[in-house]
Ligand binder design. Structure first.
Ligand SMILES: [Zn+2]
Length: 522
């Protein structure tokens, strides 16, 4: 009897705390009666599934969508007349570099102005560490957007190997990395990312990455990768990625898909065929693509053989990238005057060859222990078009707050304005699907990414006739136009060209579950 009483008390207490876990005191569920509702009338609904636009009203109650259809708002409700604009789910940016930006700029105007309501950080193998304190800090200092984090392969690799990372890891080290990956997932990471083309990770082998990815997969995560080579050896790198996916039994997100050197320009159809074959054989493979022909990285990334001062290697690498006139320096601490000039320009001004100029920039950078940031023009439009037209390719920016590439402030409006309206590569509903339900699918988020009763009210209201990006390489922070209103978790964050100052962004873990802060405090 006493035991049963005790059990009942425990049950009641635990359901109370579980309730706290899912509906913390600030959650609207606790004050159901007082909830404000808002009805958006006369909207053209793009529901995120790719279905055709339809006219309907949508009701937001608290943080959720509570009705969609042709109903009349009640007298006590707030009304927003959409006047025929398109209402879509908030855009989800699966590859975003705002890790530091969220601290300095929690209103994230360059992001919210594009219609982004959720951004995923930790891409390219580089993530905050440890994961949990970072997520708790985000919970305590929320931003205007929802945030989730992927654990970085190179971050973990450096933690285990220290400065001695220029070699393959031993089996013991690989085991440690796998354990740390599992730990990161336990702390709230949503997957594992890698940037195998970058310095620290370039010394890793397939076994190492597969062992770590397997741990992420076991915990319900996915593997997101900037593969080992996006140029001459991009087909080999793709093969390795597919092998990792199969061995680790993990869904794949291929970062910023591209074929980026002259040798593979025009080969997108073959690349796509290889991926379609893997998908046909059961691999859960999705990719993202940014809508620009130029990439932005460090100057060393064009040298797969790392022979940065070997003239023969440099000459070949520059040719593969489209020549020294295709490599534009954007930032260089040892010599800031290089910024804004191509390697070809700088070579001419110094009366030396492009190869010699490249080597000079490398040496000057090494002396300062830094690297020049560069933009390379290395993609051709027909390849981008071919990728964008695949149903498994989504939109992602690879940008973020303070990005010096225009994609940081322009990606989503650019796809809507240029690829949908001007070039007609995609229908509007299909483009919206690539910005909403497709990334949500990769993330395992069931309550965001589509307009559906019961989902979170992450919403974008935009004008399909005017939406366009304005950011350029010269003015990368210029805000887009045509994005009229943005709601995050039911709260208006962007209103006709201005941030409202609201910071309703949630911190999300695997499958979109909120950060279990309250649970951990018990
Ligand atoms: Zn990358």
């Amino acid at each position: 009897m006493l035991l049963r009483l005790g059990l009942n008390v425990i049950r009641i207490l635990s359901s109370f705390f579980l309730c706290l876990l899912f509906f913390p005191p600030s959650s609207p569920v606790f004050s159901q009666q007082k909830l404000q509702s808002l009805v958006i009338i006369n909207a053209q609904i793009a529901d995120g599934t790719g279905a055709p636009l339809r006219k309907a009203n949508l009701r937001i109650t608290g943080s959720h969508i509570t009705r969609i259809g042709n109903f009349k708002p009640s007298k006590s409700e707030q009304i927003l007349d959409a006047k025929g604009l398109v209402l879509a789910p908030g855009f989800i940016d699966i590859h975003n570099h705002s890790t530091r930006g969220l601290d300095s700029d929690p209103l994230a105007e360059t992001q919210i102005a594009q219609g982004i309501t959720s951004l995923i950080i930790g891409a390219d193998g580089d993530s905050p560490w440890p994961i949990q304190p970072w997520l708790i800090a985000r919970t305590e200092n929320p931003s205007s957007v929802n945030v989730a984090v992927i654990a970085g392969h190179a971050t973990i690799r450096k933690l285990v190997m220290g400065e001695d990372f220029r070699r393959a890891a031993t089996p013991e080290e690989v085991a440690k990395m796998a354990t740390l990956t599992a730990h990161a997932m336990h702390e709230g990471a949503i997957g594992l990312s890698s940037g195998l083309e970058y310095y620290v990770a370039s010394y890793s082998n397939t076994d190492e990455v597969a062992a770590m990815a397997a741990e992420a997969g076991k915990a319900g995560g996915f593997y997101m990768t900037h593969i080992r080579d996006e140029g001459n050896k991009s087909f080999e790198a793709l093969k390795e990625e597919i092998e990792i996916g199969k061995r680790a039994h993990i869904p794949i997100e291929h970062s910023h898909i591209k074929v980026s050197t002259t040798a593979v320009w025009g080969k997108a159809p073959e690349y796509i065929a290889t991926i379609n074959d893997a998908r046909k054989h059961g691999l859960d493979f999705l990719a993202d693509c940014y809508p620009y022909e130029a990439w932005h990285s460090n100057i060393k990334v064009i040298m797969p053989d790392k022979q940065y001062t070997n003239p023969e290697s440099v000459e070949k690498a520059l040719a593969d990238t489209g020549g020294p006139e295709s490599v534009l320096v954007t930032e260089f601490k040892p010599n800031p005057s290089y910024a804004g000039h191509t390697v070809a320009d700088l070579a001419k001004a110094n009366n030396i060859s492009g190869t010699e100029m490249y080597i000079r920039i490398i040496k000057e950078g090494d002396a300062w222990n830094t690297e020049a940031s560069v933009i390379g023009t290395s993609m051709i439009e027909s390849d981008i078009k071919a990728f964008y037209q695949q149903p498994w390719v989504m939109v992602a920016s690879d940008g973020g707050i303070n990005s010096s590439h225009p994609r940081g402030a322009g990606t989503f409006p650019r796809v809507l304005g240029v690829y949908v309206r001007e070039k007609k590569w995609l229908t509007l509903p299909e483009a919206i699907r690539k910005m909403t339900s497709l990334p949500a699918k990769r993330l395992g988020w069931k309550d965001r990414g589509t307009l559906k009763v019961g989902n979170f009210a992450d919403l974008v209201l935009f004008n399909p006739d005017t939406v366009i990006d304005h950011s350029t390489f010269e003015k990368p922070f210029e805000l887009p136009t045509g994005i009229e209103k943005v709601f995050v978790n039911g709260t208006l964050t962007w209103d006709s060209g201005h941030s409202t100052g609201a910071k309703p962004g949630a911190v999300l873990t695997v499958a979109g579950k909120p950060m279990r802060k309250y649970f951990q405090l018990l």
